[in-house]
Design a protein around this ligand. Structure first.
Ligand SMILES: Cc1cc2nc3c(=O)[nH]c(=O)nc-3n(C[C@H](O)[C@H](O)[C@H](O)COP(=O)(O)OP(=O)(O)OC[C@H]3O[C@@H](n4cnc5c(N)ncnc54)[C@H](O)[C@@H]3O)c2cc1C
Length: 438
């Protein structure tokens, strides 16, 4: 027998909107409550790497027209992922054929997408489902199972299932799982965008233009550098074009230009005497600071930093969730950063949120159709999500710590290992064949 329930999703970000698309498409009653009115969250100015899992989830959850819009508006495909020294000497070069599906089906491939464009895709067609300007404050549960959500504007909404998709600082998690912590790693990243034009490209070696690279100096820090080249214009309904965010900052939020995103990471103490000092720096001061820290690096990398517009340069403190054991299942559940926020060092947080949305939507749809008990479906989702989600958290933290490690011996040994993998293709395939797909 089919079960009637309404799903309330708190947070209209990557995971929440993907879940809403899948449920709405399947006819399950769903509402998304999103705090912000505009797509102006600072980070939304940068690109996101979507891996094969993320692509598979989007392909399954989105209606076919929106999936096509996603494919039409992603950045130009890269053809490799590299590890290089700070002098841009190659350590290892992993060709895309090694990490993408053999038949290059877009639903089984890696993509670089503007965060704004992804949000445009995910929020299209959700009229009457997506409610902006609704800041969630708390929930109550009645004896009959009805959940009431309370918003900052004094309004309320009710549902039978509540999904926390409200990101790393989740208020739903704070109320539901108060013991689930998020901690500071001490690592700080300064990120920026170097505009790519025919003229600016001429100053850069091919290696920086053909795919993402991890730049590995002798110790203590690291830099991630990734091109995002937009070669097609927006779709007829404006996806991939500039929207209201461009009016806020037409450099950071320009959705139509190509650029290289870079992120320099280190422990905060390497940057400045105190955290407060670092937090107070504006884009120009941060850019100068990173410029001074990479003074001896290859001129092309220094140029990326020196010529990035100051509006695009900002500092991110790196935090991570602390894995918690599975809790007793109820009609409240969580997805994405709301439960397993992780460092951005493996580029898998959004992909894991999309994977959550795919799995949870399958189970909720099955329950709505009477093919599965609702609580059993949520329990199955949580069992799997806790396993792969916290595995990703641990892997991301390990990569973050390795990136900023001051251990020169360990870094040298890692570089030797990369050169060995590079020289022995079958070994490279074995070790890196699934790169970026965790
Ligand atoms: C620099 C950087 C680069 C990254 N690059 C990648 C990458 O390349 N690939 C990748 O997979 N991941 C990447 N990530 C991680 C990725 O951005 C996140 O993991 C992902 O956005 C999580 O999605 P989510 O839906 O869980 O949360 P979010 O996308 O953060 O969405 C949460 C939503 O909830 C809303 N919200 C918050 N509080 C409330 C409230 N009280 N009431 C209502 N709404 C609320 C927010 O406004 C937001 O819209 C990166 C992260 C950083 C910092």
């Amino acid at each position: 027998m089919s079960e009637q329930f309404r799903v309330a999703i708190v947070g209209g970000g990557t995971g929440g909107l993907c879940l809403a698309q899948a449920l709405h498409r399947a006819g399950v009653e769903v509402a998304v409550y999103e705090r912000s009115e505009l797509r102006t969250e600072r980070l939304q100015g940068y690109r996101v790497h979507i891996n094969r899992r993320g692509s598979q989830a989007l392909h399954e959850c989105l209606p076919p027209g929106l999936w096509q819009a996603f494919v039409a508006t992603v950045g130009a495909p890269s053809n490799s992922f590299g590890f290089v020294t700070e002098q841009l000497e190659e350590l290892l070069h992993v060709e895309d054929e090694l990490t993408s599906g053999a038949d290059s089906d877009p639903a089984d491939a890696h993509h670089s997408v503007s965060r704004i464009t992804l949000h445009q895709v995910l929020s299209t067609g959700l009229d009457g489902v997506l409610h902006d300007g609704k800041e969630f404050e708390r929930y109550d549960r009645a004896a009959d199972g009805t959940i009431t959500l309370h918003f900052a504007d004094g309004t309320t909404a009710t549902a039978e299932v509540l999904v926390a998709a409200d990101g790393a600082k989740s208020r739903v998690r704070a109320q539901y799982l108060p013991h689930a912590e998020r901690v500071d790693t001490g690592i700080r990243t300064v990120v920026g965008k170097y505009p790519l034009t025919e003229a600016s490209k001429r100053h850069l070696p091919e290696r920086l233009l053909t795919g993402p690279n991890n730049v590995m100096p002798p110790a203590g820090c690291g830099m991630f550098v990734a091109p995002h080249e937009v070669d097609a214009g927006p779709t007829a309904d404006g996806i991939g074009g500039n929207d209201e965010t461009a009016a806020v900052d037409d450099v950071l939020f320009d959705n139509t230009g190509s650029y290289i995103m870079w992120g320099y990471a280190s422990y905060g103490t390497r940057f400045a005497g105190s955290d407060a000092e670092l937090s107070e720096m504006d884009g120009a001061a941060l850019r100068d600071l990173v410029g001074a820290l990479i003074e001896a690096w290859h001129p092309a990398v220094r140029r990326l930093v020196a010529e990035s517009p100051v509006q695009t340069v900002s500092m991110l403190p790196i935090r991570t969730s602390v894995p918690v054991p599975q809790w007793e299942t109820s009609t409240i559940t969580l997805l994405g950063d709301a439960i397993h926020s992780m460092t951005p060092f493996r580029g898998i947080g959004a992909n894991t949120a999309l994977r959550d949305a795919q799995l949870l939507s399958r189970n909720l749809i099955a329950a709505a159709r009477g093919d599965q008990d609702l609580l059993a479906g949520i329990h199955d989702y949580e069992t799997q999500m806790i396993d792969y989600g916290f595995t990703a958290v641990k892997a991301s933290l390990r990569t973050a710590e390795q990136t900023v490690s001051g251990n020169r011996l360990a870094r040298s040994a890692f570089k030797v290992a990369l050169r060995v993998f590079s020289a022995i293709p079958p070994l490279k395939r074995k070790v890196f064949g699934d790169l970026g797909n965790d």
